[in-house]
Ligand binder design. Structure first.
Ligand code: F6P
Length: 540
């Protein structure tokens, strides 16, 4: 059946749901959790608290097939140039390919180069961690500052925090924003004599990163002397010529390739700061976790395929039920930066309005992705999730075990809160229930009537819960790969290119043109009155 007919059928099916709710679905089927949850090893995804039923799931699976998800997935893994607007293969999966099988791009196996860079990274990390690769004064490095932005920052920064129990290397710091406050505050706490700077930029042209890199270079040169610069800098990039022009020693430069998208690059040399923090062995476990998800995505039948099911739930919520946002709510403080990471992964990939052909899309595409860790979010924006007028599907992430054995009671509370939130979103509280509770508290009938509407929770608000055993390097790699492939599944169904990002270009071009106006070196005459007015206010 054609895609359009399947979307029509899904819409017609959903239209029959008027008086159906999650409450009734659970009441009608005691097996609902078993039917609508999937497990791979210790990773479980429970999507029983969505409005999916067998018919909807059958149609969605058909939709994935009609959209050629399996074929396009295979093409991606095989190194075909599915990033058509940039004429590139999409092979972040090769970076964590542990199968021993070759991966071909343009007739060449890329795996020897992948392993050569991984080995060079491991040697460098071992040297930094042991002190064999030392600062200019011969001391071991105590701190590492990664300068990068977007994919050259968010992956390392998110994973470094996530895996802090595994840190046994120098302390990591991240500078991304061109706002001088970021680098000033970061460097203020550090001793240049024992600080290593990594400049991470796929293109080595990104203005924020280059500006911060020059500031860091001055900091080293002015405090330690120009001769110290070589010892205190390393770089990660695909543009090796530009790195050389910056003056970073060749043996301190770690490359990757144009078939690694920025937001898919944490597995490449962009992961160098993480490797320095946790060591090459733990970094390999991180890659192993991602590879296990790659294998699952490649091999599992669609109905048991975790990224496929996550993608289908996404399409169901976005296109069939019309929910324009989704909240990512990790009940894990160390995943505090996961929502920000997923914002780039998801919104830069699927925030598109034309199909591969250039024709307008047929459906709404990527939702607004946002979130904060629980339980903090509960005391901030959950009010809106429970009683606001907008329904926002939620994705909860929680581990069975924390790392703090002596604080197990904290973890029990964390788990109880996580489960309570998805239960509350699902069940809600009816007017009758609210009244009964108020009455039981001894209020008069008038008071009960006055307060009850405020205590009603509409419920029927969908959520997915992702559970794993513990946030280990393996589990984190697996989780990120799950989300990467989910974005891919959704993008494929929408027929868009999830691997370009032309939408960030216009702002960059205009900023470049505006800079001389901000400096007072060029006239703003041709600008609109708002831009002129703001410029005048900011520069007077
Ligand atoms: O924001 C656009 C973007 O190109 C991202 O896709 C990328 O991750 C980021 O800028 C940084 O780019 P680079 O690694 O080339 O400095």
């Amino acid at each position: 059946m054609a895609q359009s007919s399947l979307f029509e059928k899904l819409a017609a099916h959903a239209a029959t749901f008027e008086d159906r709710s999650l409450r009734t679905l659970f009441a009608q089927d005691p097996e609902r959790f078993a039917k609508f949850s999937v497990k791979q090893d210790d990773l479980l995804i429970d999507f029983s608290k969505t409005l999916l039923d067998d018919t909807a799931l059958d149609l969605l699976i058909e939709l994935a097939e009609a959209s050629n998800v399996p074929q396009r997935r295979d093409a991606m893994f095989a190194g075909e140039k599915i990033n058509e607007t940039e004429d590139r293969a999409v092979l972040h999966t090769a970076l964590r390919n542990r199968s021993g099988e070759p991966v071909m791009v343009d007739g060449q196996d890329v795996m020897p180069d992948v392993f050569a860079v991984l080995n060079a990274m491991a040697d460098f990390c071992d040297g930094i961690r042991s002190g064999d690769i030392a600062a200019a004064n011969g001391q071991a490095f105590t701190d590492v500052v990664n300068i990068g932005i977007g994919g050259s920052d968010l992956g390392p920064v998110m994973t470094t925090l996530a895996l802090s129990p595994y840190h046994d290397g120098p302390a990591l710091h991240y500078v991304s924003n061109v706002d001088g406050a970021h680098i000033a505050d970061t460097l203020a706490e550090l001793d240049p004599a024992t600080t290593l700077i990594i400049v991470a930029s796929k293109t080595f042209t990104t203005i924020e990163t280059m500006t911060n890199a020059q500031t860091a270079r001055r900091w080293i040169a002015e405090t330690l002397g120009e001769d110290a610069v070589g010892d205190h800098f390393a770089a990660v990039s695909t543009a090796l010529d530009k790195v050389a022009a910056f003056g970073i020693q060749e043996d301190r430069v770690f490359g990757f390739w144009d078939w690694v998208g920025g937001r898919y690059s944490v597995w490449s040399a962009i992961g160098l700061p993480l490797m320095i923090a946790i060591g090459p062995d733990a970094f390999n476990e991180f890659l192993d976790g991602a590879h296990s998800m790659d294998q699952h995505f490649a091999d599992a039948p669609l109905r048991e395929n975790l990224p496929v099911l996550m993608g289908l739930v996404g399409v169901w919520n976005r296109d069939v039920l019309g929910h324009s946002a989704r909240a990512v709510l990790p009940y894990d403080q160390r995943l505090a930066r996961l929502p920000a990471y997923l914002q780039q992964l998801d919104m830069e990939s699927n925030g598109k309005r034309v199909k591969l052909s250039g024709a307008p899309v047929d459906q709404e595409t990527g939702p607004l992705v946002w979130g904060e860790p629980g339980t903090n979010g509960q005391h901030a924006f959950y009010q809106l999730l429970h009683q606001g007028t907008t329904v926002i599907p939620c994705e909860f992430i929680v581990a069975a075990k924390g790392h703090e054995d002596d604080l197990a009671h904290h973890h029990e509370m964390l788990v109880a809160n996580c489960l309570a939130q998805s239960e509350a979103l699902m069940l809600g509280r009816t007017l009758e229930e609210a009244k009964a509770l108020l009455k039981a508290s001894g209020l008069s009938d008038a008071e009960v009537d006055r307060l009850a509407p405020h205590k009603v929770f509409p419920g029927n608000r969908p959520s997915v819960t992702i559970v794993h055993d513990q946030l280990t390097p393996f589990a984190l790699g697996r989780l990120i790969a799950l989300y990467e492939h989910r974005v891919f599944v959704e993008g494929t169904i929408w027929g868009i290119n999830s691997f370009d990002q032309w939408g960030v270009e216009l702002g960059k071009e205009l900023a470049t043109a505006l800079l001389p106006m901000v400096k007072g070196e060029a006239s703003a005459e041709a600008k609109d009155s708002s831009t002129r007015g703001l410029l005048a206010t900011l520069t007077s």
